[in-house]
Design a protein around this ligand. Structure first.
Ligand code: ARG
Length: 459
């Protein structure tokens, strides 16, 4: 006896089943499906629909089904359309007709929405832990390089000197926002749809609040029509993951560039570098390219799923079954990327000498303008004067510090002998000590704030 076979004179066509069945991918929600059903068996017993003994029989049967899945001995049968169908079919094999009472007042519509929320919550928890590990790696690596000076870029053109710690920490804050978004998503995911029935609610006296508590959720849905079709939690999770991955792709890009021999600022550990089958000298950053590349896939999952949701008529539509492969794919993808990036950051060899060698005096042009500002020149004029100094050095193929004081004074009478003090990268960096700046003191405070945030969040 199939799930809805009574209505039809003929069994389903094979091709229909190939399209319709979701068991191939939704079987990974078996734990959540069984947990939801166990709680529901209690709820219908409380409502007087089944006896306490029947509930016990059902729960015992569900435990046996779970064991079969855990051990890999569960045998799928034709007609096991999805995980909900498969579990109920096997339950009934094991405990007899009483298994058929479990679905009273419930629909696969409120069931699948419940299962998938439970699955998503567990996945968010895991992803959160993986992001945290990367944050810790960034903080630890940054703490070692508070005074390691490197060129900072805008437009990928040399801008001003910064510290390697400051560069690494910039990614910490992106990931902090990702985890805060994850928290918000988690909050809105922890809502119970069960009790919504197929669309209009349930005629039975189901204690939904008790179900909320048993399933570790925060609240129940207030409108059954919305309850069965709300997939905001999927879209939000996909967005949260796509944006996080976008952040990772930027870190990846920096690492790819900085590990290029022309820069040489960092060297990836051998265990996380890849070679070439043809060019023996190659040391490639494939994992970072994959992190960058897979971001496209993650953005695709989000765009694809929003397109699925757009314009759906009220309540459940089978289109919603598309939610699973999108989210499974997105979660699987970040679960393979994150640990490798974390390991790469942990084992990253930072090359302070290479960074220092790349420091060109032009990075101090802003300092020179600030020097004039301190002598009383409005910044706009100072900017112009220093522009002329830079051009002079450029045309004469010399460094700014090699220009004679007399020549400097042609550009501005405000230049004095102390101008030579400007040409010091460490001093320039140390000057940016207002909170959020690149000075070692400021970055030390930044790192302390980051550590405090990590602690408060894991508390
Ligand atoms: N496999 C379905 C899904 O993932 C379960 C819900 C089916 N409901 C229905 N009315 N056909 O969405």
């Amino acid at each position: 006896m199939g799930l809805w076979g009574g209505r039809f004179a003929e069994p389903s066509d094979d091709d229909l089943r190939a399209l319709n069945d979701s068991i191939g991918f939704d079987k990974r929600m078996y734990r959540e499906d069984i947990a939801g059903s166990m709680a529901y068996a209690g709820a219908i017993a409380d409502a007087g629909i089944i006896t306490a003994e029947e509930a016990e029989t059902i729960i015992g049967g569900l435990e046996a089904v779970r064991r079969e899945f855990d051990e890999g001995s569960f045998v799928l049968q034709v007609g096991d359309e999805d995980i909900h169908t498969a579990v109920e079919r096997r339950l009934t094999d094991l405990v007899g007709p009483v298994g058929g009472k479990l679905h009273t007042g419930r629909s696969r519509n409120d069931q699948v929405a419940t299962d998938f929320r439970l699955w998503t919550l567990a996945a968010l928890e895991q992803v959160d832990g993986l992001i945290e590990a990367l944050q810790v790696a960034l903080v630890e690596q940054a703490a070692v390089h508070l005074k390691t000076v490197m060129p900072g870029y805008t437009h990928l053109q040399p801008g001003q000197p910064i510290t390697a710690a400051h560069w690494l920490m910039s990614f910490f804050w992106m990931l902090k926002r990702d985890r805060e978004r994850l928290d918000g998503t988690r909050e809105r995911t922890a809502v119970l749809p069960l009790g919504s029935g197929a669309l209009s609610g349930t005629p039975y006296d189901i204690n939904r609040q008790k179900l909320v508590e048993e399933l570790n959720l925060n609240s129940y849905s207030q409108n059954s029509l919305d309850g069965v079709s709300d997939r905001d939690f999927v879209a939000e999770t996909l967005f949260m993951l796509a944006l996080m991955s976008t952040h990772l792709s930027r870190l990846a890009e920096d690492i790819i560039i900085y590990s290029n021999p022309l820069f040489g600022y960092i060297t990836l550990n051998d265990r996380y570098s890849t070679g070439s089958s043809l060019m023996p000298q190659k040391r490639n950053a494939d994992p970072m390219e994959l992190a960058r590349g897979k971001t496209g896939r993650l953005i695709g999952y989000l765009a694809g799923f929003l397109s699925t949701l757009k314009g759906l008529p009220s309540t459940y539509n089978k289109d919603l079954q598309e939610d699973k492969e999108a989210l499974f794919g997105a979660v699987d993808t970040v679960q393979v990327i994150l640990p490798v990036i974390t390991a790469i950051i942990k084992t990253l060899q930072v090359n302070p000498d290479k960074m220092r060698a790349a420091l060109d005096e032009e990075l101090l042009a802003t300092e020179l303008a600030d020097y004039l500002v301190r002598k009383g020149l409005p910044f706009r004029q100072a900017h112009h004067v220093v522009g002329e100094v830079v051009r002079h050095a450029d045309t004469h193929q010399i460094k700014m510090s090699q220009i004679s004081l007399e020549q400097m004074q042609v550009f501005s009478g405000l230049f004095e002998a102390d101008v030579t003090d400007v040409f010091d990268f460490d001093v320039a960096v140390a000057r940016r000590r207002a909170p959020g700046g690149t000075a070692p003191d400021a970055v030390a405070e930044q790192i302390a704030a980051a550590r405090q945030w990590l602690e408060s969040r894991s508390a």
